[in-house]
Design a protein. Structure first.
Length: 217
């Protein structure tokens, strides 16, 4: 009986990151449309997403795409074509970053910007994964990926870094989390429990179920 070879670290980590981006953009789009979502938590998640998504696709454009293109020009051409979607996402992130986070119920601008980013991210990942995953499998060794991943983590903006931990633990399997954790700086590992608790508080407040309001006659 044949068995499939284990997935590479590049596939495991990239798939987990994409699951996190899908979950985070979906949560923000949903929470902006509920008046019970606290403005401080909305701003925290919004600022994290803007910084994290920009850093992610800049790392792809500047480092990962050129490396994969050098190894396989055909695959690289398909990835470069996705650059137009990165440009559209940049514009949508600018709009999201500029949208006010209000304490009252007037969050229409924020909600619209969040929905636009969610839809762009989900559609972009659907286009990207069929091209990227085979290229990573064929041309990115675990050692090369580890070097790339560590460099990306080291250059990541600190904005809302705890939410990375919170989302990874909510959408990832133990095996996926082990791969990601292996590339964290040693100085960060002792901070993970506190980051997890901070993220849990934020995400729980954004997922809170609206209280049923009753009116007495």
């Amino acid at each position: 009986m044949s068995t499939n070879p284990p997935e590479s670290a590049a596939i495991v980590e990239t798939r987990l990151l994409h699951k996190m981006h899908r979950a985070a953009t979906s949560l923000l789009a949903d929470a902006t449309q509920r008046d019970t979502a606290p403005s401080t938590a909305l701003a925290e998640l919004r600022d994290f997403l803007v910084a994290a998504l920009r850093h992610h696709h800049e790392s792809e454009d500047d480092v990962l795409w050129p490396r994969l293109t050098a190894a396989d020009p055909a695959a690289g051409a398909g990835l470069v074509e996705l650059g137009a979607e990165h440009a559209a996402l940049d514009a949508a992130l600018d709009a999201l970053a500029a949208a006010p986070v209000r304490d009252d119920e007037d969050r229409a601008e924020l909600a619209s910007a969040a929905v636009t980013v969610r839809d762009l991210v989900h559609r972009h990942l659907e286009h990207e994964e069929p091209v990227l995953f085979p290229a990573l499998t064929a041309h990115m060794s675990d050692q090369a990926w580890s070097e790339f991943s560590r460099a990306v983590i080291a250059s990541a903006p600190p904005v809302g870094a705890h939410l990375n931990i919170g989302f990874f633990e909510q959408v990832g399997t133990p095996a996926e989390l082990a791969v990601v954790t292996a590339n964290l700086p040693q100085t960060v590992l002792p901070l993970v429990p506190a980051m997890r608790e901070q993220a849990l508080a934020t995400l729980s407040s954004l997922r809170a179920i609206d209280h049923v309001r009753t009116v007495k006659a």
